[in-house]
Every structure is written in structure tokens, then in C-alpha cells.
Ligand binder design. Structure first.
Ligand SMILES: [Zn+2]
Ligand SMILES: [Zn+2]
Length: 239
């Protein structure tokens, strides 16, 4: 296919009535290099149903990336690996030792990522960490700027965006995923939103753990450049 298509396949917010919702996150990125699933949601049966609705077979997924160790992002992985043992899997290094061992019985294609990693030219895994978690973000370079897919942003969405810009040396065209602001104070939300605006991020599509209040504030601040996101939402960009 021409261009890059992003489909939110698993989310607690609904964008398309045909899709099921549940707490968690997952999205498909159709890139000329590969079909990528970034995060797998929590419940395999919901992942399976939503993939079917989007006419995506488990066997057609080339790469699976897990942003971090929480169950609402990795719950669908075992089911998927059994359906498609050939998919390459990229997980952050401190992911989960027990699950890592179990998983290696199903696949020989498991890669643990400690530092920033280049999947191929223009496709980066950007690693951020704080005291308790290591999280990886997908950054996709395009002729118009970089597309960013984040899971829960436990390490701070502003920090992640900053690191993506420094690494790719280009501006962010759009950012998708959970911003983890659901327990943040109004002041924290406003501060982070301002930082994102100052980075001149063109379009913003928060979902999952962003929280209602934060989503409203971001929508007000970004106006026309806010894109509603949730299960079933689709976005197409030029390469
Ligand atoms: Zn999380
Ligand atoms: Zn989450």
C-alpha cells in the first residue's frame, strides 16, 4: 500500500460502533516496511474480534511491539503468538522475566530492547525510563514529520516527545496513544499541554489512559489539530 495507515484496534474509548471497547491499548500500523501491532490490549477475545472487524488476520502481522509490561498492553500477546509464531516481537528489557520465559517456548523471534533501536531506516523504538518502568515508543519518520505511537506514557508524554524530536531531528507530525494524565492535577495537565504545544506538534490524538479532563484540555488547546481517537479510528499519512 501507499502511505502509512494507523488503526486503533484496542481501546477503552469507542470511535467506530462496530468495535468492542475495553481498558487497554493496541494499534495496527500499516507501513511499507511491515504490518506492525503496537501493544495487544488485555483480553485476547476482544483483540481477536476487533482485528476481524478491521479485516486483519493475526497471520498478516509481521512485527509486534510491546510498549511496557502492564497487562492492559500485553494481554493479547500469547494468543497472537500461538496464531502467528513467525511475527517478530520487540519487548522492553525489564518487561517481565516469567512471561519472557513462557513466551520463548512459543516463539524464537523474541527481541528484548534496552536502548533506542532502529527497526529499519526511519522506524525507531525510542526507550524512556523512570524509577519503576521502562517504556518504548514507536517513532515513524515521514516526509511531513514524525508519527509517534505511545502506550501509556508512564515516563511522561512531554519527555517522550522531546526524546523523539532529539533522536529523529525532525518535528512531530502527530502523536497517538495513552498520555497517562488521568490522575494528574489540572495544573500538571495544562503544563504538559503547553509543553507539547511549544514543541509544535502538529496533530494530537490522545486515547486510552489520557483521562477525560486532560482530553478536554488538549482538545481546547489544539483546536482543529486535535483528532478524536479510540477503538476503530483510522488515520492515513503520506510516507
Ligand atoms: Zn501502563
Ligand atoms: Zn495502559
Amino acid at each position: 500500500m501507499n502511505g502509512i495507515k494507523i488503526t486503533t484496534i484496542y481501546d477503552n474509548i469507542k470511535s467506530d460502533a462496530r468495535f468492542q471497547t475495553d481498558w487497554g491499548f493496541g494499534c495496527i500500523i500499516d507501513h511499507p516496511y511491515a504490518r506492525i501491532l503496537f501493544d495487544t490490549g488485555e483480553k485476547p477475545e476482544i483483540l481477536e474480534a476487533n482485528l476481524k472487524t478491521a479485516s486483519i488476520t493475526p497471520e498478516s502481522i509481521d512485527i509486534i511491539i510491546l510498549s511496557h509490561k502492564h497487562s492492559d498492553h500485553q494481554g493479547g500477546l500469547f494468543w497472537l503468538t500461538q496464531k502467528n509464531p513467525n511475527a517478530k516481537i520487540y519487548i522492553p528489557k525489564t518487561w517481565n522475566k516469567k512471561l519472557e520465559t513462557q513466551l520463548s517456548q512459543w516463539t524464537t523471534n523474541l527481541h528484548t530492547i534496552k536502548d533506542d533501536f532502529l527497526l529499519t531506516k526511519g522506524l525507531h523504538l525510542i526507550v524512556t525510563e523512570n524509577f519503576s518502568i521502562r517504556e518504548q515508543t514507536l517513532a515513524i519518520e515521514t516526509s511531513q514529520g514524525t508519527l509517534v505511537i505511545t502506550g501509556c506514557s508512564h515516563t511522561g508524554v512531554d519527555h517522550i516527545a522531546q526524546k523523539v524530536q532529539t533522536t529523529t531531528k525532525s518535528n512531530i507530525l502527530a502523536i497517538f496513544g495513552g498520555f497517562h494524565l488521568l490522575r494528574s492535577s489540572k495544573k500538571e495537565i495544562v503544563d504538559i499541554t503547553e509543553k507539547l504545544k511549544h514543541m509544535q506538534i502538529k496533530r494530537i490524538a490522545p486515547c486510552h489512559c489520557t483521562g477525560e479532563e486532560a482530553t478536554e484540555i488538549i482538545e481546547t488547546q489544539f483546536g482543529q489539530n486535535f483528532i478524536p481517537n479510540g477503538a476503530g479510528a483510522q488515520f492515513v499519512f503520506e510516507e
